[in-house]
Design a protein around this ligand. Structure first.
Ligand SMILES: C[S@@+](CC[C@H](N)C(=O)[O-])C[C@H]1O[C@@H](n2cnc3c(N)ncnc32)[C@H](O)[C@@H]1O
Length: 274
C-alpha cells in the first residue's frame, strides 16, 4: 500500500462539510464498515486508514446492511466498467474522476494499471480535505472545480478521449443541471467514455426510506428510468454496458424468475461518445 499523507496526531476535522459535500462521509463510512466486515467481501486498506484519521460527525449513525451493500456494489460495478474500458484501449488512459470525495479508486487501480494521467476532482472545500490525505504525483493530480461551471474542461487542455467517472452525484442534481453538465462535456470533448450511476425516479423525494439522509439536509432530486435516457443529451452517445444492483448478487435464488423485473433495472452505465 502506498503511504497516505496524513500523519497528524490530531484527527482531521470535517465538520465544515455540509449538504452534498458532506455525503462523501456516508460513502466513506459505508466503505470503511464494509472493509472491516468479513461478510461484505470488500476490502480497502486506504479507506480504513483515512476513516481512522478523520473525526467523523456521523460516527454514531447506524448504516443499514443493505445501504452498505448498495454502496459497495456501486463502487465495485464502477470498478468493473472502468477496467473493461481501460483494457479496450491500446494506450494508457487518462481518467477524470469527478465528484471524487475521498474515494481511493486511483490508489486501488494503480496496482494493476498504468495511466497517462488520473485527475481527482471535486469542489474546492473537498479537494482541500483530500489534500490532507493524498499525495499528488506525476500521474495523479487533484483539481478543484464545480462540474456546473462552464470552464472546468479548460483544466484538461490537451487531454483527448478521457474516461470520465461520476459516482454518487447525479441523484442530487436536477434535469437542468444534468443537461448543463452534458452540454459542457459535449462542447469540449469530441470523444469520451463516461461511467456514472443514477437512481430510479421511484426513489426521488423518498429520503425517508433512508433515515440516515437526515444527517445531510439534502434531497434526492433526480433519477433516470434507464441508461437509454442519457442518450438524449447527445446524439453520438451510445451505451457500451450497464449494470444493476441485482447483478452484484451471485446467489442462484436471485437468478430465478421471481427477480426478473428487478434484474432488468440498471443503475450504472458506461456511455461512449466517439
Ligand atoms: C456522495 S459523494 C460521492 C463521493 C465519491 N464519488 C464516492 O463515491 O465516494 C458526492 C460528491 O459530489 C461532490 N459534488 C457535489 N456537487 C458538486 C459539483 N457541483 N461539482 C463537483 N462535485 C460536486 C461532493 O462534494 C461530494 O464529494
Amino acid at each position: 500500500m502506498a503511504p497516505l499523507k496524513s500523519e497528524n496526531k490530531n484527527k482531521v476535522d470535517v465538520t465544515h462539510l455540509e449538504k452534498v459535500p458532506k455525503t462523501l462521509l456516508l460513502t466513506l463510512k459505508a466503505k470503511f464498515e464494509a472493509s472491516i466486515d468479513p461478510s461484505l467481501s470488500y476490502s480497502d486498506s486506504y479507506i480504513e486508514t483515512i476513516y481512522r484519521l478523520i473525526n467523523d460527525p456521523i460516527k454514531k449513525t447506524h448504516l443499514f446492511f443493505l445501504l452498505k451493500k448498495g454502496i459497495i456494489l456501486r463502487t465495485k460495478g464502477i470498478d468493473y466498467l472502468l477496467k473493461k474500458e481501460i483494457l479496450e484501449r491500446e494506450e494508457g488512459s487518462t481518467v477524470i474522476n469527478l465528484a471524487c470525495g475521498l474515494d481511493t479508486r486511483f490508489e486501488r487501480m494503480r496496482e494493476k494499471f498504468q495511466f497517462q494521467k488520473w485527475f481527482d476532482c471535486d469542489l474546492p472545500q473537498v479537494i482541500e480535505v483530500r489534500k490532507l490525505f493524498f499525495e499528488e504525483s506525476l500521474e495523479n493530480k487533484m483539481t478543484a472545480f464545480d462540474i456546473l461551471d462552464e470552464s472546468w474542461p479548460l483544466n484538461f487542455k490537451g487531454v483527448n478521449d478521457p474516461i470520465i467517472i461520476i459516482e454518487g452525484l447525479t441523484m442530487y442534481l436536477d434535469e437542468e443541471k444534468i443537461k448543463k453538465f452534458f452540454s459542457i462535456l459535449n462542447k469540449y470533448f469530441s470523444h469520451y467514455s463516461l461511467i456514472l450511476d443514477f437512481m430510479s425516479p421511484f426513489l426521488i423525494k423518498k429520503e425517508w426510506m433512508m433515515p440516515v439522509m437526515e444527517q445531510f439536509d439534502v434531497n434526492f432530486t433526480w433519477g433516470a428510468s434507464s441508461p437509454e435516457e442519457f442518450c438524449k443529451y447527445e446524439p453520438r452517445l451510445k451505451i457500451k454496458d450497464s449494470l444493476g444492483f441485482m447483478d452484484g448478487f451471485r446467489h442462484q435464488v436471485f437468478k430465478t424468475p421471481l427477480f426478473n423485473i428487478l434484474r432488468k433495472k440498471k443503475n450504472l452505465v458506461l456511455l461512449r461518445k466517439g
